[in-house]
Design a protein around this ligand. Structure first.
Ligand code: DAH
Length: 341
């Protein structure tokens, strides 16, 4: 091909490019392939003639074709923007709106935050952190904790049984408390022990604003020589002041648990402006001196060692700390609730 005929071909192509209609996504694609396609695009193909021209003509020819290609690409890009915007408008989108800068990046669940705060306080008091399985056997969950078979204390902790129990013993269940972790850690080592055991527990509960069938506990266990109830009370009150603030109102009250003797519960005053008495006591944990039968069950000499234990819920302290009035909101995954934390 000579330079003249290349010029003529380029001029003709320019007319075709100018005349092409680009009103839809299909027309855009058709245009791109027809003129700019890598192999057979009409403009692309003209470039292939340049090497056949006499050397001194190649430069001008190259410039001419480059200019034609730039022109075709610019036309394609301009049309692409308006077609995309129009199609978006048809779908109800306005691409000219400014972007959103107030996206919520997510946050940790309030239970996770409360658990972290509880762990943090006990770790600073020198406690180690232990864990145990959520599916537990009858011996660890009840028998070793001094719940005799058929003892009515078992009724308070009904749960989902994975394997049925045989005459009241030998079943496998979703654990009803974190206390079996006391048994597992004492069996695995020798005193002294000083640990907490956080985790999930399950109960057959009537579901209300303060009870749910699944919840979290943090167990505590200290076994050493010369441990007394005064150590227990000091630790629990120290914890409560660190978690709720120095002005928290506390009540330490006698109670019963098969695995502790004596036993006590800790209540925290829950201020409720609408309540006739201005608030109510909320039980947050059970505790006591580890029963000698429990120490014996795990091979620790009760004549030599004494210990205290406690088991606290996580949901109720979290409700008090964050001002939440219904435990069920923790499990509903409603972002309007969760994004407040
Ligand atoms: N395991 C008991 C419960 O779930 C709570 C508890 C009470 C744990 C006294 C303890 C304890 O370690 O000493 O109701």
């Amino acid at each position: 091909m000579e330079e003249n005929s290349l010029n003529t071909a380029a001029a003709a192509l320019r007319h075709q490019v100018e005349a092409a209609s680009l009103d839809s996504a299909e027309e855009l694609e058709h245009f791109r392939i027809r003129f700019l396609g890598q192999k057979n695009g009409r403009i692309t193909r003209l470039f292939k003639h340049i090497p056949q021209l006499p050397p001194k003509e190649r430069r001008d020819a190259g410039r001419l074709l480059n200019e034609l290609r730039t022109f075709a690409r610019a036309k394609l890009e301009a049309a692409r923007t308006s077609v995309t915007t129009e199609e978006a408008a048809v779908q109800g989108l306005d691409l000219t709106l400014p972007g959103r800068s107030n996206q919520w990046p997510g946050s940790r669940h309030p239970i996770t935050q409360a658990l972290a705060a509880i762990k943090d306080i006990f770790i600073r008091m020198g406690f180690a952190v232990a864990e145990g399985p959520e599916i537990e056997d009858d011996w660890h969950n009840f028998t070793a904790l001094n719940f005799p078979v058929d003892h009515p204390a078992r009724d308070m902790q009904d749960t989902l049984f994975v394997e049925a129990s045989d005459q009241g013993t030998g079943g496998v269940m979703l654990r009803t408390h974190t206390s079996p972790v006391q048994i597992r850690t004492m069996l695995a080592g020798d005193p002294p022990f000083r640990l907490i055991a956080p985790g999930r527990v399950y109960r057959n509960e009537a579901i209300t604003y303060k009870s749910y069938c699944l919840f979290h506990q943090v167990e505590g266990l200290v076994v050493d020589t010369g441990v007394t109830m005064a150590d227990l009370k000091h630790t629990l009150f120290g914890f409560a002041r660190a978690f709720f603030g120095d002005d928290v109102r506390l009540r330490f009250r006698p109670s019963f648990f098969p695995f502790t003797e004596p036993s006590a519960e800790l209540d925290v005053w829950w201020a409720l402006p609408e309540h006739p008495k201005g608030g109510r006591w909320m039980e947050i944990l059970g505790s006591g001196m580890v029963h000698p039968n429990v120490l014996e069950a795990v091979g620790v000499d009760p004549e030599r060692y004494t210990g205290y234990a406690f088991g606290m819920g996580v949901e109720r302290p979290a409700m008090l700390r964050y001002g939440i009035s219904d435990i069920r909101t923790f499990y509903e995954n409603d972002l309007r609730f969760l994004d407040q934390f």
